[in-house]
Design a protein around this ligand. Structure first.
Ligand SMILES: Nc1ncnc2c1ncn2[C@@H]1O[C@H](COP(=O)(O)OP(=O)(O)OP(=O)(O)O)[C@@H](O)[C@H]1O
Ligand SMILES: [Mg+2]
Length: 453
């Protein structure tokens, strides 16, 4: 009875073919009946075969799932690499000069952390290169490459010293002459200025802005590499008595005024978001070989995306004599603050005077206060013009330029014009120069017909 029940139990656990075969043996006598141990042996070998199959199937399924997962991850990474590009700082060289292609543009929508990562060797967003052929993109330099370019930052290569640090003239490995600014300021302020220049200038491309060729953020070193402007600053031309430069003539001053107006127009109207320069002044206007002007120094710039009700509340930074009164007194910054600074520069071009000069007689210390009542007075406007350009202009042109300057330095920000209006007012004056003087730069004539933005 025990045997019979055991067999039934075993049979129940077996496939039907095998089951019938076993029962068949039971019904045909004890001679053919297998011993209990034989049945157990058969059963356990069958079970182990079965479980091996199950294990193999499980392993294969896990491997297939893992492979699929890996494939999906790889495809997603490939997609994001294609989309974002990468910041090659200390990895692969782009050419033998240990110069690296960094990027054409830094994504301003990225978080500050992401941007910080970019500057210090992480990944950054890459946008397609801008169309103008001259534009090669901002490059990342090693400190070693800049040591080579400046002959170990030799004293003889020093061309200036400003708020950012010492500026050196250098020759890059590909032969390009560059102005190399080495950050000297410690702490947050210097780091902010460095980042602002890199982030902004990587994105902005205008013939009226000094081009940023590259930067170096090698360990603790912070350097900016700019296109070299062989004719120095407007400040040197207008106010440096020991300067090697001849006084700028009326025509050149007008062209400089238009170039600068176009630079600010670009920042205010064409940059997205709007950029407020915040430190527009004669030392930040550089002149090229044709005495055409470009604006530099974006370390203090502010972006319009920081706006609240059309204005930015900020700490008052900038340079005395150029600050708009409402910005100086309340810290409220708008594009009209730049328009005021532009008006001061226009007055410098017109009068040859510096914005603040305590050596002058009482009442003449502050250029704007002295000039404003004279600018709109037909009889007095002649008297205030720089003696170096006397006789080079028509009275009509002088009155027009004086009127533009007067509007720009209005104490009330709302009464100041937009830079686009200033540009439009200056264009006919410069056009007249070009038609009366065929030596005008061909670049300028081209710009008039098709402004490059
Ligand atoms: N791209 C350049 N090409 C030629 N010379 C330059 C260039 N950039 C700067 N310089 C020279 O270096 C000097 C210092 O420039 P920097 O911008 O550091 O200071 P700054 O404009 O004089 O003062 P601030 O720090 O207030 O802007 C300039 O006055 C100029 O003579
Ligand atoms: Mg400067």
């Amino acid at each position: 009875m025990e045997d019979s029940s055991n067999i039934t139990a075993i049979a129940a656990a077996m496939p039907s073919g095998q089951k019938n075969h076993t029962l068949h043996h039971k019904h045909h006598g004890d001679d053919h009946f297998h011993s209990k141990s034989q049945i157990h042996q058969q059963h356990s070998s069958f079970l182990s075969f079965n479980s091996t199959i199950i294990i193999i199937i499980s392993v294969v399924s896990v491997v297939v799932v893992l492979a699929l997962f890996l494939l999906i991850v790889m495809l997603r990474r490939l997609k994001s690499v294609r989309k974002n590009g990468s910041c090659k700082e200390s990895g692969s060289t782009s050419n033998s000069s240990s110069r690296f292609i960094a990027h054409n543009a830094i994504d301003f929508n990225s978080s500050p952390d992401v941007k910080a990562k970019c500057l210090y060797g992480g990944s950054i967003s890459r946008k397609p290169p801008p169309t103008p052929s001259r534009y090669k993109g901002v490059q990342v330099f090693t400190y070693k490459a800049l040591e080579l370019a400046t002959d170990n930052f030799s004293e003889v290569n020093v061309i200036g010293n400003g708020g950012f640090g010492v500026v050196y003239k250098g020759i890059l490995a590909d032969g390009t002459v560059a102005a190399i600014k080495r950050l000297q300021r410690d702490g947050k302020q210097g780091e902010r200025a460095f980042r602002m220049e890199v982030d902004l200038l990587s994105r902005l491309n205008s013939p009226y802005l000094v081009e940023l060729l590259g930067y170096c953020a090698d360990q603790h070193h912070r350097l900016l590499i700019f296109e070299y402007m062989p004719n120095g600053t407007l400040q040197q031309h207008l106010h440096n008595p020991s300067s090697q430069y001849r006084p700028l003539d009326w025509g050149t001053r007008l062209r400089v005024a238009l170039d600068c107006a176009r630079a600010l127009e670009f920042l205010h109207e064409h940059a997205v978001p709007t950029v407020i320069h915040r430190d527009f002044k004669c030392t930040n206007i550089l002149l090229d070989q044709n005495l055409r002007a470009k604006v530099s120094d974006f370390g203090l710039a502010k972006m319009g995306s920081d706006k609240i009700n059309g204005q930015i509340s900020t700490r008052v930074l900038g340079t005395t004599g150029y600050l708009a009164p409402e910005y100086a007194s309340t810290g409220k910054l708008t594009t009209k603050s730049d328009v005021y600074s532009y008006g001061v520069v226009l007055l410098q071009l017109l009068t040859g005077r510096v914005p603040v000069d305590i050596k002058r007689p009482p009442g003449e210390h502050v250029l704007v206060s002295w000039a404003l009542p004279r600018l709109t007075n037909r009889d007095k406007v002649d008297v205030m013009v720089d003696p170096a350009i006397k006789g080079q202009y028509s009275k009509k042109d002088l009155i027009q330029v004086a009127a533009i300057a007067a509007m720009c330095v209005q104490p009330e920000a709302d009464y100041r014009p937009l830079m686009v209006d200033v540009v439009q007012s200056l264009i006919p004056l410069v056009k007249n120069l070009n038609s009366s003087n065929s030596t005008g730069s061909s670049r300028f004539l081209h710009q008039l017909s098709s402004p490059k933005y």
